[in-house]
Ligand binder design. Sequence first.
Ligand code: PEP
Ligand code: MN
Length: 295
Amino acid sequence: MSASRKRPYPLAGLGASNAPTVITVPETSLTIGGTGIAIIAGPCSVESYGMLSQTATAVRASGAAFLRGGAFKPRTSPYTFSGLGVDALEMLATVRAETGMPVVTEVIDTRLVDTVAMYADILQIGARNMHNYALLSEVGRTRKPILLKRGFAATIAELVMAAEHIMTQGNMDVILCERGIRSFDTETRNTFDVAAIPVLKRETHLPVIVDPSHAAGRTDIVAALSNAAVAAGADGLIVEVHPRPPEALSDADQSLSLTEFDALMRGLAPFVQAAGRHLVAPAPLPVTPHTEPAS
Ligand code: PEP
Ligand code: MN
């Protein structure tokens, strides 16, 4: 991927003429890329309307503009919680209507792309599916932005090539996500490849965000990895937050409590400022229709 070599990804590659891509999430005024830092936060899995709504309200108050929540979960073990499916999509849509937060949720199967795209504002392709070319093509035919996670054994070039698969189908709105890769170390769930951020920013014009939660696999270093991500030039973060982390049905060990997330956001502010950036502000709360009491 040296600068002198012709890049094998004509659509994702940073050409002499293209400026960094700024994605405006459809039907919103919120952007990902450019000078803003987009903060996406929420539970690993949507477990109920109550926990989703509580989490969304809290993370929005702390400064997150986007809500994450898994409805269909790709689980390593087939015996663990695999998500509430369409019921969770309905809950995400309800909480979006209440908070104005665009929702990010994962699609794991080509047969589900149309359904998930009906509800989600941004479709997530998970690490396990980065090499699923049929799925990449299918989401490439939608008009929703795609949050593409790096596979845990994928090179940076393979991640960009996966983006290229999406873009060849006509969807140019791809957000790249570094979420840690497998290494020999056992202190963290994955190894956060901080170098991937500036490399991707040099090689491509696409927004690059970081998932410090799946990189860390433990709560106590999520804030430090978030600060490092912003310092290295990331355009955003996707962070797992749960109102009662010990009770989380997936990724309990890495899910921040509402107060821990608030502390992360406060600690992040000087790094955002030092990088000459600003946080993407949450959309205003939707106005709820006022009904006159019957006289
Ligand atoms: C997730 O976001 O909850 C997830 C499953 O992430 P990844 O695909 O990076 O493992
Ligand atoms: Mn998770």
